[in-house]
Design a protein. Structure first.
Length: 171
């Protein structure tokens, strides 16, 4: 992906909400956490075959997408679908595999893949229609998984920056 304007007009990309749980959904908000190669401190997953691990250490979703889904009548809210970080002000169409984000002042993550919605979040959609969050059926509406490049502390309200890959990587 080429580096460009990954933020929405007039908005500064920020961490809107940080979400953790003892396993399952919804994930509940916390003010601050440490982001490690294994995921967010204080967060656990029940089904490690599908969630968590170094290639799915952080799950992100867009507040603006959540709000648009709410406007369609879906009973979704930040953390309801299991995302660890709810972001605001990012152009979500540009948050694609290969993009690196600095969360706050320390943590750097790299988007690796789109998530597959599971039955545990059906309650977030009218009629249980998970296709509304499935990348293949609704491009640009999926959550994303990321690996951690640099560990660090993240706090609600901190800014998010798109960072280029190191020289010799990427396009």
């Amino acid at each position: 992906m080429t580096q460009g304007n990954e933020r929405l007009p007039g908005m500064i990309p920020r961490i809107f909400q940080i979400n953790v749980s003892e396993g399952g959904v919804p994930k509940l908000p916390v003010q601050q956490t440490r982001i490690t190669a294994g995921g967010l401190e204080g967060d656990k997953q029940k089904h490690l075959k599908f969630h968590g691990g170094p290639l799915r250490a952080v799950c992100l979703y867009s507040l603006e997408r959540i709000q648009a889904l709410q406007a369609e009548g879906h009973p979704i809210f930040p953390g309801a679908t299991g995302e660890n970080i709810t972001v605001s002000g990012l152009d979500w169409d540009r948050v694609v595999p290969g993009v690196r984000l600095m969360l706050g002042d320390e943590a750097v993550i790299e988007i690796l893949s789109y998530t597959e919605p599971c039955a545990a979040i059906r309650h977030c959609f009218v009629g249980g229609d998970l296709k509304r969050m499935l990348q293949a059926a609704s491009p640009g509406w999926s959550r994303v998984y990321a690996r951690v490049i640099e560990e660090g502390v993240a706090t609600v309200g901190q800014t998010i920056q798109v960072v280029p890959p190191p020289a010799g990587e990427g396009s």
